[in-house]
Each structure stands twice: as C-alpha cells, then as structure tokens.
Design a protein. Structure first.
Length: 444
C-alpha cells in the first residue's frame, strides 16, 4: 500500500466512512488520546484555534498537539504506537499510513520541544525503518524500541530504554540512530543515549545516570485511575547489554508493553472502534488513490531525504505547437531546461541556474523561481503557474518525480506546456522529457 493512500482516500470516502467514524469533514482519525492531565490542545492544519482534548477523544492526522505547564498525555495510534509527552511540549503527527491486515505502513512525528517517550507499534515491529521521529536538531531512526528524550531549542537529550537483547517477548533488540547534517550516532544499549548541544553534531553514545533519567521520566509519569503514579520504567542498573538493564517493570522489560500507564479500558475501547472503521476503508484506499504507486513518488519520499542537491537537465527536447503564433513566435521545435532540487531546504529552483527556454527565442522562457515542497502531500507532481518562471507563460507545465533503482527522484518527467501570448498569435506548445537525476547543482 502506498504512503498516504489511506489518508487521501479517507477524504474521498468521507460520505461513506465519515458517519461510521464520526470524523469531522476533512480530518482523518488515526488514534485516541489517553491519560490526559492539565491543559492539552490539538490544532488541525489550516486552523488557527485548537480544540481542547481529554482522555478517550480522537486525534487526527497532522494534529499539532501542545501541552501547558501542567499538561501531559499519551497518544495511542491505530497500530498501537504510543507517544507520551510531558508539560510544555509540542508535537505534530505528520504521517500515518496503516494496513491493519498486514501491519504494513509508515508513521512519523515531529517532536518540536519538551519531554517525550515513544514506544513502537505494529508498523515498526513489521519494518522498523517505516517509523521516523524528527526533532529541530536531528532525526531519530528506529529499529523497534522504546525511547525517551527532552528537546529544548537547539539542545536535546535522547535515550534508549529497551527492549533488551534477551527480552521474553521475542522482540527484536531495540536501537536508534540519531542523525543530523553534522553526523550520526547509533545507540544499541538500553540505558544509553546521545546529547546534541546548540544544534551541533550528536555526541557519542553514553550511559545516562539515574539522576539524568529521573529528570526526563519524572516529567512523563502519568496518574492511574486510582491517582497513583504509574511506574517510570527507568532502566535498572547493570550491564548495558544484559536483560537486567531493561526497564525494571516485568511487562515493560518483555518488549510487548506499550508503556501505557494511566490508560483505561475505555481508551482502548475507543481505539478499537476507530480501528474497525479504519480497516473498512483499506480496500477502497488501495483502489481509489493513484499516483503514488508503481514508479511514482509521493512528496514524502523526497522529504525523507534531508541533505544534498540534485539536478535534472534536458536539451533539444522536441515539442509540438498548435496555434497561429507557433511558427512565428517559437521558432524551432525544441526546448531545454535545468531543474535543481535542494533536498535539505525542500526547494525546487530558486537558485538562479534552474530555467526553461524554448530554444529559438530567448524571450520564451526564464529562470525558475523557488518552489517549496515542504509539507506537500500526495503524488510528487508539481503543476507550474505563471509566477513560477520569470516572464511567465509556462502555466500548466508539470514536474513529476519518479523513483527507480537509485531511489526517490531517480528521474524527472518534465511535461512542457507553453502558452503563446494572444498578442503574438496565440497557441500552445507541449512536449515531454524524462531525464535521470544528476549530482547537482547543475548550471548552464
């Protein structure tokens, strides 16, 4: 199943499934909130005012979840991935695709600030690389695990808490890779972590002291229905590679717990109701959404690559033209272009070297202005407007990024549409070019 397939289909199928799931129009329910304390708000994309949420209430794709000074909660996603965030914390659930029949899919979240813990669910257990957590100072790559951390501006502390290599639930050994533009560090031992200071390179893996763990876990403890604090699941003392170094609570040490202290049966019941309706949309999703399967990329495929510049170049590409101004205004029947893509800033063009021209007339073309694909969803296809090229005229031209042996964006399909001005006789030129990605930036 392609990434975002279910999310996109839900919008198309709102009339059929929306009534069953009781989801507001345009939003996709991906889980429920639990163990909510204090002020907690969730703001959907495009809305200025968030809703206050309580235990058992739904959470939606792309919800921006924030907590106040006394706020905390746990988020249960449909695949049983669990996020816990503490006071003054801020996160976004920005990607969730799940096939409940196969446990395949993808999940990602941005943790922007505050205290957090997450426990991987069925998606990451099926394929660990399908889950990613990003922060302002680095990305956490997952290898099936439980993680805690604290983000404060350009500083971060991120630690692994299990499961251990000899857990009794036959779970794969936990591990994370913390990376940014300056380097990366693997953490494979429970009780160990990394620090990032002032947005710099992740430190070497080091063992956190009990005091350091308590400083994080103390902000994440949730009250049970009886009012008592749930276990903090701080790793115990002992060898970093021994089973004894996993969290001291036996259920958590097994690796099959979702660290759901304070979650009541009603929260699980609500989640099961959502999951049942969600499963009913799976077949429709796989059939109704086109463009992200086969050779096509989704924007998320390109967004997952966070460094480097690549370029695409086409020369002497033939076009055809229909209209009175074609011969006199456009001249020869070829066009040329360079499209540079900055993967770090998620920008197409805008570098002074990206351009598109109709060969025989330098007036029929110009440089490509900056086009951001950050936050874009669905198929990786961009349709130009007149504002995208200096001088205009290319409205309707499409850039389609395709995947191949070299990964996302291996090739670019450039579908030309140039509109001859009416004052010059009118007409429309069209042509198609597919070129391989090259190391960039390219120049002309």
């Amino acid at each position: 199943m392609s990434r975002f397939a279910i999310a996109l289909t839900f919008l198309a199928a709102a009339s059929a499934a929306g009534a069953q799931m009781n989801v507001p129009s345009g939003l996709m329910n991906i889980g429920v909130a639990a163990a909510v304390h204090g002020a907690v708000r969730a703001t959907p994309p495009g809305r200025k005012i968030g809703r206050r949420i309580g235990s058992g209430q739904p959470v939606y794709l792309n919800d921006h979840v924030t907590t106040g000074p006394d706020g905390s909660l746990q988020l249960l996603l449909l695949d049983q991935t669990t996020f816990t965030i503490g006071p003054n914390s801020d996160m976004v659930l920005d990607d969730f695709v799940y096939n409940p029949r196969t446990n395949a899919g993808s999940v990602s979240a941005q943790i922007l600030k505050g205290f957090f813990r997450f426990v991987t669910g069925k998606i990451a257990q099926n394929k660990p690389s399908s889950m990613t957590v990003t922060t302002p100072v680095g990305t956490i790559g997952i290898r099936g695990t439980m993680v805690v951390g604290h983000i404060d501006g350009g500083n971060a502390e991120i630690a692994l808490i299990g499961p251990g290599p000899e857990n009794n639930a036959n779970e794969r050994r936990g591990g994370i890779t913390v990376s940014n533009n300056y380097g990366s560090t693997d953490v494979d031992a429970s009780g160990y972590g990394v620090r990032i200071r002032d947005g710099g390179k992740p430190s070497r893996s080091f063992r956190l002291s009990p005091t350091e763990f308590d400083a994080i876990l103390g902000r994440l403890e949730t009250k049970s229905a009886s009012g008592r604090r749930a276990p903090s699941n701080r790793p115990s003392s002992g060898s970093p590679n021994a089973a004894s170094n996993a969290p001291s609570n036996a259920a958590r040490a097994s690796g099959d717990s979702t660290a759901q202290g304070g979650i009541n049966s009603q929260s699980w019941s609500n989640l099961n109701t959502v999951a049942t309706s969600f499963a009913q949309t799976t077949n429709l999703a796989s059939q109704a959404v086109a463009g992200c399967s086969g050779s096509a990329n989704c924007w998320s495929d390109l967004q997952a690559i966070q460094s480097g510049i690549v370029g695409y170049e086409g020369n002497s590409i033939p076009f055809t033209c229909n209209g009175g101004g074609c011969a006199s205004y456009l001249g020869t029947g070829t066009f040329r272009y360079i499209v540079n893509v900055n993967l770090a800033t998620q920008t197409i063009g805008g570098d002074g070297a990206s351009y598109v021209f109709i060969n025989a007339n330098i007036g029929t073309g110009g440089t490509i202005n900056a086009i951001s694909y950050s936050g874009s969803r669905g198929p990786a296809v961009y349709t130009m407007t007149d504002a995208d090229v200096v001088g205009g005229g290319f409205a309707g031209t499409t850039l389609s990024f395709l995947k191949g042996a070299n990964g996302p964006g291996s090739t670019l399909q450039f579908n030309l549409q140039y509109n001859v001005p009416a004052a010059n006789g009118g007409g429309t030129a069209t042509g198609t070019s597919v070129v391989a990605r090259q190391p960039g930036p390219l120049s002309y």
